[in-house]
Design a protein around this ligand. Structure first.
Ligand SMILES: NC(=O)c1ccc[n+]([C@@H]2O[C@H](COP(=O)([O-])OP(=O)(O)OC[C@H]3O[C@@H](n4cnc5c(N)ncnc54)[C@H](O)[C@@H]3O)[C@@H](O)[C@H]2O)c1
Length: 334
């Protein structure tokens, strides 16, 4: 297959989007990348390293507003989202619209551009599970979606986004893939004061010598995939002639949240300890992906950070989590 050369990346100034853009620009075959982002959470600094590359154009665009873009692309990639729990609790309509209206417009744009289309959904679509099936959540595992909760707009929006992608892309004859990321972490994650994701929260608290707030008893299970691994999985998908239409991408290694908290305290030397706080209602007990589909395309998830973190993080050859601030703190190895 001829390598894809032209990309439109919606949400390309965000965490995953900017890593993907930088990675695509390392490919000699990449001729053109258009980033569209409304910079609501995305940061121009994420693209500073590549902004002078003649192959990249960065446009301030809100994908929920009418889009009048006419150019040919090989891929249109929809990574735009209100992806932080605290933000989507505050902006439920915008969270829904980016997956509905914004998604529809990008699918139409992909049809005009004669491009393939990728919608970035989420592991959130699996919803609330007390016990997940043996071997993890498969792409066809039933969703246990929870409605009418403060955080419902994100998973509901993602489920709607998947459905509209399937039917609208089919109507226009646009080949598509739906990606379901499971907690991705790494350098340039947005660390805002009220950020809702567990790793940046823990690290932010640890670096300010605060106790780490763990919900419930901390036995809930998550998996954490380093951004470099995640991007390599995407590169396989983008160069594949006919990837499966729905793909989990994440680490299959279960980590109890309490273990993660202890690890962060140990690596940062934070002595403030752990504080157990009330659990968010309907916080799923366990979320582990079945990754057989993406594995069948040749992807292998990277090292287990629990092993790597036995060494001091500065000694790790893998890319660590880098935080804003003096010296870009390096905390968690890949
Ligand atoms: N990072 C993860 O662990 C994770 C997990 C599950 C799903 N995802 C999904 O992957 C995708 C990328 O996630 P991320 O971590 O890079 O998030 P992010 O918040 O870092 O990036 C999202 C980007 O979308 C932009 N954006 C938001 N609304 C927009 C709009 N209306 N128009 C244009 N741009 C808009 C933001 O400014 C930001 O740059 C999202 O769809 C997210 O839901 C990520």
């Amino acid at each position: 297959m001829i390598p894809a050369k032209r990309f439109l990346v919606a949400g390309g100034a965000g965490f995953i989007g900017s890593h993907l853009v930088r990675r695509l620009l390392r490919e000699a075959s990449t001729e053109e990348i258009t980033v569209i982002d409304n910079f609501s959470t995305g940061d121009p600094a994420n693209l500073a390293e590549v902004k002078d590359d003649p192959r990249i154009t960065v446009l301030t665009v809100d994908i929920t507003e009418p889009l009048h873009h006419h150019a040919k692309y090989d891929w249109v990639l929809h990574l735009a989202a209100i992806a932080n729990p605290t933000d989507y609790e505050k902006s439920p309509l915008e969270t829904l619209h980016v997956n509905s209206r914004g998604n529809e417009q990008l699918i139409r744009l992909a049809a005009r551009a004669e491009a393939r289309y990728a919608f970035f959904s989420s592991s959130e679509v699996y919803g609330y599970y007390r016990q997940i099936p043996r071997g993890g959540l498969r792409e066809d595992t039933m969703s246990h979606l929870v409605l009418n909760q403060a955080r419902s707009p994100n998973p509901v929006g993602k489920c709607f986004g998947e459905e509209i992608t399937k039917y609208l892309a089919d109507r226009y004859g646009v080949p598509y893939v739906i990606i379901r990321p499971f907690n991705v972490y790494g350098p340039d994650m947005d660390i805002k004061t009220n950020y809702g994701r567990v790793i940046p929260n823990f690290i932010r608290w640890a670096l300010s010598a605060e106790s780490l707030k763990v919900q419930g008893d901390g036995r809930q299970i998550r998996t954490f995939c380093h951004i470099d691994d995640f991007i390599e999985a995407l590169m396989i998908v983008l160069q594949h002639p006919a990837p499966p239409t729905v793909l989990n991408i994440g680490s299959p290694i279960p980590t109890p949240v309490l273990t993660l908290a202890k690890l962060v305290n140990r690596l940062t030397g934070n002595t403030a300890g752990i504080e157990f706080v009330e659990k968010y209602p309907y916080e799923t007990f366990s979320r582990i992906p079945d990754i057989r589909r993406i594995r069948s395309l040749g992807w292998r998830p990277g090292s287990n950070w629990k092993k790597a973190s036995a060494k001091p993080s500065t000694g790790s050859k893998a890319a660590p989590l880098r935080l804003p601030g003096p010296g870009h703190q390096n905390i968690l190895p890949a």
